[in-house]
Design a protein around this ligand. Sequence first.
Ligand SMILES: Nc1ncnc2c1ncn2[C@@H]1O[C@H](COP(=O)(O)OP(=O)(O)O)[C@@H](O)[C@H]1O
Ligand SMILES: [Mg+2]
Length: 245
Amino acid sequence: MTDVAVEVASLSKWFGTFLALDDVSLRVPRGCSTVLCGPSGSGKSTLLRCLNGLETWQEGEVRIAGTRVRSRPGDLVALRRRVGMVFQSFHLFPHLDVLANVSLPPRINLRLPRAEAEDRAHRLLAEVGMAELARMFPAQLSGGQKQRVAIARALAMEPQVLLFDEPTSALDPESVGEVLDVMTQLAEHGRTMVVVTHEMGFARRVCHEVVFLSDGRIVECAPADRFFSDPASDRARTFLGQVCR
Ligand SMILES: Nc1ncnc2c1ncn2[C@@H]1O[C@H](COP(=O)(O)OP(=O)(O)O)[C@@H](O)[C@H]1O
Ligand SMILES: [Mg+2]
């Protein structure tokens, strides 16, 4: 078992002739959380999507816990067990209740017996403060509650890495805090996380490292306290001036 949970080496990705990721390299040690930030269109979502095989790329290599990510169908199933993803817009199954949303992925993908999968789901729902709402349907929940269910669902696969793509951007202001609290708890419990967010307070308080992307390139990669107190690049300084108002 390697201590590097995520390793990206010289990754380049084009959409047609457009270079969306330009020679990107980064490492996330096991147990650490990294924030990916940068202007809109800088390639943050594309990079996250490469990490769990939702995108292919032309050059470079991605390794999750030492295993190379390839986009062959058989490999993707194995990859999805190791990498959990939480999206801005939740992507819950609307026709299933909360318990089924969380217990179904391990039943299908890990062939866990129903009772075991539901035990696990109840435990995870308690962890994200949703124990009381296991029998509700997504339409009955607030945005913050839906996102906490989505986090529990990602955890149900016992992934080695959790990816978050702007998990609080679609939420009303009251819900943002409750989701960030859950994410803080996960980071403090030593989960490996890669988080795309504009919540710079959270990034500074909770995350170990910041990767700043611009035009598909890593402009800066620094420990969080250093990045926020003394960004090395003008572009990062300008960006922080815009988002930290
Ligand atoms: N499927 C796609 N086809 C063509 N261009 C894309 C596609 N997805 C993203 N892009 C482009 O790649 C760039 C990076 O996008 P994205 O990773 O979504 O940025 P971010 O998440 O940082 O806002 C943008 O210019 C976007 O328009
Ligand atoms: Mg994005």
